[in-house]
Design a protein around this ligand. Structure first.
Ligand code: NAI
Ligand code: 15L
Length: 273
């Protein structure tokens, strides 16, 4: 259970509130002292006050942004799609979000980036950890949109002084369901801890961190996230025996296992050309 901080509650705009992570965060973030203003393209179950609008609806987004202390930006297409779909939701949509933040004087964004921004990077050899400073290496148009979002965040810090923590989330689900996820699982509770750290750490400028629990089979350097005050408490290892029995270990000779993003780069394509 989170310790509710002393002091006034803060109001956060949560985009993508109807989605998987949004639903988990709606349950967890209020205990950290946040009041949530919700927004999504689709209705949010049980939340009649949620703003139902496309990110590209500038007037609706500005109204939703007005008066909030910070934004947790989850909205967008969360898997591979056509370039046109990704362009609209993730690239134009994230630009619209930063424009609304600038116009409304909101100074802190937590951006849901993804491991697929570096998904074409080979899985690190045993014991090695990939740095957050590793070059972008997207495995999909989706991953490319997260590279764009990170660079956009850097631009809005350098040009407009809006701070962002870009969290390259691994797999944030109640449980890991593949052997790959044993390395990149971010438990919902650790996700809330990480978002809280990203919302409260002072002087972040634009910081890129990996979003993972303290997994025994971790692939990533969590030091930049820990520097924000993130202290992960979960480890996927308790699921390892069952998942390894079901799927077998990762095989570096299998192209679907060789890259951090899993099979997303590989053939056959995940979307029609
Ligand atoms: P999700 O697909 O369940 O939720 C995304 C939400 O965004 C949906 O409710 C959808 O209606 C909304 N949305 C889509 N296009 C929109 C638009 N144009 N305007 C307004 N809302 C729009 O995705 P999930 O799993 O909850 O992920 C949340 C965010 O975290 C996404 O940005 C995803 O790329 C990122 N992420 C998630 C990971 C995970 O393990 N769940 C891993 C890495 C990144
Ligand atoms: C992501 O970026 C996706 O949004 C999520 O649905 C998972 O597929 C995750 O990456 C992953 O790599 O497991």
């Amino acid at each position: 259970m989170a310790e509710v901080p002393a002091g006034p509650r803060r109001t956060i705009l949560l985009t993508g509130a109807a989605g998987g992570v949004g639903t988990l965060m709606r349950g967890l973030l209020p205990a950290y002292g946040y009041d949530l203003r919700l927004m999504d393209l689709v209705a949010v179950e049980g939340e009649p006050d949620a703003v139902v609008a496309d990110l590209n609806d500038a007037a609706a987004l500005r109204a939703a942004m007005r008066g909030v202390d910070a934004v947790v930006h989850l909205a967008g297409i969360s898997l591979e799609a056509s370039f046109e779909q990704i362009l609209h939701a993730n690239i134009a949509g994230t630009h619209a979000l930063y424009e609304a933040a600038r116009a409304e004087g909101v100074r802190r964004v937590v951006f849901a980036s993804s491991n697929h921004a570096v998904g074409a990077t080979p899985v690190p050899s045993a014991g090695a950890l990939l740095a957050a400073s590793a070059p972008h290496r997207p495995d999909t148009y989706y991953g490319l949109s997260k590279c764009f979002g990170e660079d956009l965040a850097q631009l809005y810090w350098d040009k407009h002084g809006i701070e962002t923590v870009s969290v390259r989330i691994g797999s944030c689900f109640p449980e890991p369901t593949t052997v790959r996820m044993l390395s990149i699982w971010l438990s919902p509770e650790d996700c809330a801890r990480l978002f809280d750290a990203a919302l409260t750490a002072p002087g972040v400028g634009h910081t890129v961190v990996y979003g993972s629990s303290a997994n025994t089979r971790l692939w990533w350097d969590l030091a930049p996230a820990r520097a924000l005050g993130y202290e992960p408490r979960d480890d996927s290892e308790r699921f390892a025996e069952k998942l390894l029995a079901e799927h077998g270990p990762l095989d570096p000779a299998n192209p679907d296992h060789a890259l951090m993003g899993g099979p997303w780069l590989g053939s056959p394509p995940l979307w029609p050309h």
